[in-house]
Design a protein around this ligand. Structure first.
Ligand code: B3K
Ligand code: ZN
Length: 882
């Protein structure tokens, strides 16, 4: 059968619906099969809509059992049903619509709508999952008050949850029971949730700033009761932080979080009833790495912050997704920065943008943070909407300064409480409180692509001036060939021999740092009274999500790494130095030459290690680590992955060999016997120790293996365990093979009952850059620990291999591409959202040399030819081939 081609939806076509739904009453009769959903909707025709206007309700994969208007069966001539909609004609201005549908959650592998995870029933409605539950106006501008009754077998499902507060409960015939929930706040259907389960409860409470007591409830499997403390603490910290930072208070008497194993993403902010992937809620020292602890903290906070930025004030349509996601990521990033090391957090954000979001912005799916069109909204939960969206909010916050930004957010929350609004509404509040003109800034919302700044500097000793010449450009992206110039805030300082130099611009004293408003295609900024030739420190704290080119000498980079007081710029100087050195090794490798590794990088790392005690250890760890292969690929026009990988490994080995004794000293002085805490100090210490371990593991002698074995055996926490295991798995020394297998077997044997730990075991193997990667991955997919229906397993094996194991995925025989095509075709039937997401590495085919690009394209064409393509997969593949 030929695929019906899904259509494109445009922002410019937005229209309000013909009808509103003031009240929604739902009754779920959950069963092993044939679950019944009864709905009663109080509906009103919108003012100005013509009498007799059609009502077009969304509905997918539903069996309609009955349909009544004002208590009377609707005649068959008055309605029609197709695969996506139910259309009713001849309706009065106000009416009660009653509808009974039957659904099959037990067969729902898409994990969208109502589905079963193990035995539990749960829902995922964002963005358009509610239409798989019942016929409805499933769009975010239709906000309604929900009352929900859940009925299920009492023994199997003692816990019946929905949004808001429980208002009634009782027993029914045949061992059934029910609970009725009422949510007093109007909300769109995407925030609706239901859970029926048999789970254990961890309870705590929080007193809000106005003195109200909120019950905090975390529902997990009984075996996971010991892994809830961190999420609960994070939740309380987030609640307090939102009060202090944004003046926002929680608004219901209960806040519930339910952990589920099978979930398409991290978590979901359903009103009063968050549903979380277990990976984003459970944390405990023995099973969870520091990075995962921090992710739990960040995701718990993110979903909590949505209660205001997303739920109380929501999106008018899905083109506005970044209104809630960009803003909420900005909020959770600032929270995490406050709870941990702000510089480390900022560098991590930049790493993610540079290695993944920039690539998205340069690929066939590139879109502005407010897209103008889409085929399938699920494909737009992207790094661009989330991370670049957060950067845009960060730029606004910086342009306004702390006080005005707070005034702006106060105005936004107060003015639009209970409404569904647009990014324009958000920006208008910021303009109103500040009096600033945001018209040029708006291009950040409507133009895709990563802008580039090309900067050069010239010192005039006679005039004592330093002139920065800046030009900006932005590459063409789909549908956007030429773009008006952006307003780019470029935070700048000048570094001299003894630190930062005072800045004077146009006769005005600007302190030691100033934000230059880059708003022309090219322009100059002339600093006056500059007493020595400076090194410019540019884009400080990554003040805009752009690429910046300045032709620094190695000496200048060393000076910035050592003397700049901006953590991001210091780290970036080291990155730039490493990129230069790796690239020169790559050129030599391609030409079959052996050249020695330039000593400047070794000098810089030696200095860092020598002074590690005086510095933030996490920053030292980051600064001494080489740029990822993904970032090196992103920087190349046509990446030669083999050359880059070989060059990167050669530089790593040189660092290990040359600095062996310093690395070993630093390793030993950071081994701690203190009781484990996932706090900034200890996390920093472990990251530095494990950065040293990673280098030391490259040394070609038995002591390297012994060090890994020793750390593995003595570790009292998963961070240290995984650091040892990961280095061991990637080790290819002559004696490594059997030691590696022993460690992997021991690990699995020990942790096989813990799904999240087993996922780490899968990831470390799927990501291993040694030869033979595809065979290892195929074997992992045959292992009992793998389950194609569980997104965490697919991410751990298939996505890690294809997205994070470039050297194996891009094997010259094209086998990696073929493998991915097969997985996408298989997942397209089971879970279209996950299928579409894992295609990403293939979408970048234009960035590769012709032989590789042809194979990648062939794999995309193979997917395109598969039967029954979902709109999710169709959109990504068709846009990639255009
Ligand atoms: N809002 C959800 C994401 C929903 C994704 C739907 N495909 C989680 C979050 O961003 O908080
Ligand atoms: Zn979110």
């Amino acid at each position: 059968m030929e695929n019906a081609q899904p259509g494109t939806i445009y922002l410019k076509d937005y229209q309000q619906p013909n009808y509103w739904i003031s009240e929604t009453h739902l009754r779920f009769e959950l069963a092993d099969s044939d679950t019944v959903v009864r709905s009663r909707l109080s509906m009103q025709r919108r003012d100005g809509v013509a009498e007799g206007a059609e009502l077009v309700l969304h509905g997918v994969e539903l069996t309609l059992l009955s349909l009544l208007v004002n208590g009377v069966d609707v005649d068959q001539s008055q309605y029609s049903v197709d695969e996506q909609t139910l259309t009713i004609r001849g309706l009065p201005a106000q009416f009660e619509l009653e509808c009974v549908t039957q659904i099959q959650p037990q067969d729902n592998t898409s994990l969208e709508g109502l589905y079963q995870s193990r035995t539990m029933f749960c829902t995922q409605c964002e963005a358009e999952g509610f239409r798989k539950i019942t016929y409805y106006l499933d769009r975010p501008d239709v906000m309604s008050v929900f009352t929900t009754t859940v009925v299920a077998d009492k023994a199997k499902y003692p816990l019946l949850l929905s949004n808001g507060n429980p208002v009634d409960r009782g027993d029914l015939a045949d061992g059934q029971h029910f609970v009725t929930w009422q949510d007093p706040f109007k909300k769109p259907a995407y925030l609706f949730a239901v859970v029926a389960a048999d789970l254990a409860l961890v309870e705590d409470s929080f007193t809000t700033m106005s003195g109200r007591e909120v019950s905090l409830q975390l529902f997990v499997e009984p075996k996971d009761l010991d892994k809830c403390d961190h999420a609960m603490l994070s939740l309380k910290n987030a609640m307090r932080w939102d009060e202090t930072t944004y003046g926002r208070e929680y608004d219901l008497g209960i806040y519930m979080i339910v952990a589920v194993d099978d979930f398409n993403m991290g978590a979901m902010e359903n009103k009063g009833l968050n549903i979380f992937n277990t990976s984003c809620v459970l944390a405990e020292q023995k099973t969870t790495t520091d990075a995962a602890f921090q992710r739990v903290e960040g995701v718990v906070a993110h979903e909590y912050f949505h209660n205001w930025s997303g739920n109380r004030v929501t999106c008018r349509d899905w083109f506005q997704l970044s209104l809630k996601e960009g803003f909420t990521v900005y909020r959770d990033a600032e929270f995490s920065a406050d709870m941990n090391s702000p510089t480390v957090k900022r560098v991590e954000e930049v790493q993610l943008l540079r290695s993944a979001q920039f690539a998205e912005d340069a690929g066939p799916m590139a879109h502005p943070i407010r897209p103008a069109s889409f085929i399938e909204i699920s494909n737009f939960y992207t790094l661009t909407i989330y991370e670049k969206g957060a950067e845009v909010v960060r730029m606004i916050a910086n342009l306004l300064g702390e006080d005005l930004f707070r005034q702006g957010t106060d105005l936004y929350f107060d003015r639009f409480d209970g409404q569904a609004v647009t990014t324009d509404d958000f920006v208008a509040c910021m303009a109103e409180v500040s009096g600033q003109d945001f018209s040029q800034f708006q291009h950040w919302y409507d133009q895709a692509g990563t802008p580039q700044l090309d900067v050069s500097g010239e010192y005039n000793a006679a005039d004592k001036t330093y002139t920065l010449s800046v030009s900006q450009s932005c590459p063409a992206t789909p549908g956007q060939a030429d773009k008006p110039v952006f307003l780019i805030p470029m935070a700048t300082a000048l570094v001299g021999r003894d630190g930062l130099l005072p800045l004077t611009l146009n006769g005005v004293d600007c302190g030691e740092e100033t934000v230059l408003a880059v708003d022309q295609q090219s322009q100059q900024f002339v600093f006056e009274n500059v007493t020595e030739a400076p090194v410019p420190s540019l884009l400080r704290n990554f003040s805009a999500p752009v690429k910046l080119r300045f032709d620094y000498s190695r000496e200048q980079l060393l000076m910035l790494a050592a003397r700049d007081n901006d953590g991001f710029c210091r780290w970036d100087a080291m990155q730039q130095l490493a990129v230069q050195i790796i690239n020169e090794q790559a050129v030599a490798w391609r030409q079959g030459e052996a050249i020695s590794v330039d000593s400047s990088l070794l000098t810089a790392i030696r200095a860092l290690l020598g002074d590690a005690e005086a510095n933030d250890k996490a920053m030292v760890a980051m600064m001494m680590s080489l740029p990822s292969l993904a970032y090196l690929i992103e920087l190349s026009q046509q990446a030669d992955i083999e050359a880059l990988q070989a060059a990167r490994e050669k530089v790593r080995l040189a660092i290990a060999v040359e600095l062996q004794s310093l690395l070993l000293d630093c390793y030993h002085s950071n081994v701690s016997t203190d009781e484990y805490r996932p706090d900034a100090t200890q996390i920093a210490q472990r990251s530095l120790k494990n950065a040293c371990l990673s280098y030391l593991s490259l040394l070609p002698d038995q002591s390297a293996i012994e060090l890994l074995q020793q750390q593995y055996q003595q570790a009292d926490n998963m961070t240290d365990t995984m650091a040892a295991l990961s280095a061991m798995v990637n080790s290819d020394g002559p004696n490594a093979a059997s030691a590696k297998q022993d460690m992997l077997d021991d690990f699995y044997h020990r942790w096989q009952q813990e799904a999240l730990v087993v996922n780490q075991w899968l990831q470390v193997q799927a990501g291993c850059g040694l030869a033979g990667g595809l065979d290892r991955v195929k074997a992992l997919m045959q292992h009992p620990a793998f389950d194609i229906k569980n997104p965490n397993k697919v991410r751990s094996v298939v996505a890690v291999f294809c997205a994070q194991n470039a050297i194996n995925f891009h094997h010259s025989d094209g086998s990696g591409y073929q493998f991915l095509a097969e997985q996408v075709i298989r997942l397209n039937e089971l879970n279209p959202q996950i299928a579409a997401r894992i295609i990403t590495p293939l979408t970048k085919w234009r960035r590769f040399a012709p032989a590789q690009a042809d194979n990648m394209q062939a794999a995309l064409k193979q997917i395109m030819a598969a039967p029954n393509l979902s709109s999710d997969v169709y959109e990504v593949v068709s846009k990639s081939l255009t």
